[in-house]
Structures are given as structure tokens and as C-alpha cells.
Ligand binder design. Structure first.
Ligand code: AVI
Length: 303
């Protein structure tokens, strides 16, 4: 029996365009590198998200007595949402236990925090058992929705909607299309933090799956695909490589110049966001756009 990680690595590297699922970027080191990305001058996304939440959270209806969050991370952004509410129950859902611990500590003064170490949908299922009669406000911040391929994105939103009741709400952040140079700089910063974040995926496969990737033989590449409106992160082999991944039972050859696709980050148009809400069973109720860094925070009502 091989692990899900080993099996995903094996199938991803067998594809004509080799790929590795982006969720594996976030081991302990990857999560720390991502935290560093969020403070890079070139990566305006997180600051835009935080600015909108600080400015506009007081406009979110106060009726919610239970707040849940998908992929809460350390919960830094959540403070602004919880503050105007009246001591709600808060259920951060994340696969990272250290992040949940930090988040629980950070927000204990504002809410009754119950951390759920689970996948998004499993966590939401657990939240059902704690419903207290009021409406739920679900947070999905930081444009993480953009890391899902279009079909998976709709599938996830539909499944999330199925776990909410009419009148519950989803607060969802979506990074918007902006000039190509700005987007490329955000995913290929001159300090090399995003490159390290990307290359760490090979390091993680070495550490956890007994592989022998030579990380120094690969370079980070960020591309913008205008037809799909997405930034793609790739790892490019700078020479022919033969890699053995013991736990996945594979040996794979990667030719010089060939790439492994590690992440897509979709950039949204405003009209697309409203259409997505309706298709998933929500009614768009409010939208706030940051004036400095095109990013939209959206409040959708489950109908
Ligand atoms: C988590 N997610 C929204 C980030 C993004 O912008 O797509 C992940 C990231 N990848 C490289 N930089 C940041």
C-alpha cells in the first residue's frame, strides 16, 4: 500500500506534461516560505485581502453566531471578521496542526475556537454537528479558490454549498486580473522566495518519499497563460535527470528543458465571480475591491 502522496506523485510524473498537485507545496517548510511570500513587496494579494477585511468587515451583517474558515492558516486575517461579531463560535479548518494551534492562540480573545484538523469538506461536515440554530458565515480567503482548476473549483463550491443551509453565507476572496508584469513579479520575486517555495516540493518528495531529486538541477518558472487567465508555476530541468522515488516505486526521466507543473493560480474577472456564485447556488450580496491591488472580497448568500 502506498500513501496518497506517493500515488499522486507517481501519476503526476507519468503524464505527458509532468505535474505535481499544489497542495503538497505546504509541508512545514513550504508553509513557512508561503508566509514569507505574503510579506513580499511584489506579492500584493495578502495585503489587499487584509485591507478589505479591515475596512469592510463592519459591513458584514452581525447575525452570524458561528464562523468557520477553510484553510485558516494562522488566522491573521480572520481577526478583522470576528471583531465586530458578538463572541461567535469559530471553527478553523486546516490540515496543518501547527497553523491551527497558532490560530487558536491568536483568536482566543475574540471567539470560542474549536480547531478542526481536516480537509475542507470533512471539516465542514464536522461543523454541522456544532450548529447552534443561527446562520453560519464561512470564510474562504486569500484567493485559494484560484488554485483549483475550473472543473474542481465548481465542484468544490457546489459541495461547500451542499453543506450550508439557506441563509448561511460564504465570504470568498478572488484575486483579479492585472497587468501581466505585475502578476509575473508576484510569482517570481527577485528575492527568490517563491522559487524556494516551489523547489521545496522536490525537497519534500526527497525527504518523505525517499527520492533523489537534485534540487539544484531545476529552476523556478512563472508563466501567464492568457487564455486560461492563470499564472502557472513550473520547475524546469536544466539538464537531463533520472530520478528514483523509492516510496512511489518509480524511476523517471526528465529531459533538459522539460518542466514539472506545480501550481495554477487563476486570476478572476468581476463578472466571472458573480456567475460562479449563481452556478454554485449562491446569491452575490456584496463585493469590495481593493483600490491598490485588484482583489475582490465577495459575500455570497446560500439560496
Ligand atoms: C495560496 N494561494 C492563493 C497562493 C496564490 O497566490 O496562488 C499560493 C502562491 N503560490 C505562489 N505564490 C503564492
Amino acid at each position: 500500500m502506498i500513501t496518497e502522496f506517493a500515488s499522486d506523485v507517481r501519476s503526476g510524473l507519468a503524464k505527458p506534461q509532468k505535474e505535481l498537485p499544489s497542495k503538497y507545496l505546504y509541508d512545514e517548510l513550504g508553509s513557512a516560505l508561503f508566509d514569507a511570500i505574503t510579506v513580499l513587496p511584489e506579492y500584493g494579494l495578502t495585503r489587499a485581502d487584509e485591507r478589505i477585511l479591515r475596512r469592510h468587515s463592519p459591513e458584514i451583517p452581525r447575525e452570524f453566531s458561528l464562523v468557520a474558515e477553510l484553510g485558516s492558516g494562522s488566522g491573521r486575517k480572520t481577526r478583522a471578521v470576528l471583531e465586530p461579531l458578538d463572541g461567535p463560535d469559530y471553527f478553523p479548518i486546516d490540515v496543518s496542526t501547527p497553523a491551527l494551534e497558532r490560530c487558536s492562540r491568536e483568536l482566543a480573545d475574540l471567539a470560542r475556537v474549536t480547531p478542526l484538523a481536516a480537509s475542507y469538506l470533512e471539516g465542514l461536515d464536522q461543523v454541522q454537528q456544532h450548529r447552534n440554530g443561527g446562520h453560519v458565515l464561512l470564510l474562504f480567503l486569500g484567493s485559494t479558490i484560484g488554485n483549483f482548476e475550473p472543473r474542481c473549483r465548481m465542484d468544490l463550491l457546489t459541495q461547500v454549498r451542499a453543506r450550508l443551509r439557506e441563509g448561511d453565507a460564504l465570504l470568498i476572496g478572488c484575486d483579479l486580473v492585472k497587468p501581466i508584469d505585475t502578476m509575473l513579479e508576484a510569482y517570481d520575486d527577485p528575492s527568490g522566495v517563491t522559487a524556494s517555495f516551489n523547489l521545496n516540493l522536490l525537497g519534500r518528495i526527497n525527504r518523505e518519499l525517499g527520492a533523489d531529486f537534485n534540487q539544484r538541477a531545476f529552476t523556478h518558472e512563472a508563466r501567464y497563460d492568457a487564455s486560461w487567465r492563470r499564472i502557472e508555476m513550473h520547475l524546469r530541468a536544466e539538464s537531463d535527470q533520472t530520478v528514483t522515488i523509492r516510496e512511489a516505486g518509480v524511476q523517471c526521466t526528465i529531459r533538459c528543458g522539460e518542466t514539472i507543473w506545480t501550481e495554477s493560480s487563476h486570476k478572476f474577472e468581476l463578472e466571472e465571480i458573480a456567475a460562479m456564485a449563481v452556478e454554485a447556488g449562491f446569491r452575490p450580496e456584496a463585493q469590495w475591491v481593493d483600490p491598490e491591488w485588484p482583489f475582490a472580497e465577495n459575500l455570497w448568500r446560500a439560496v
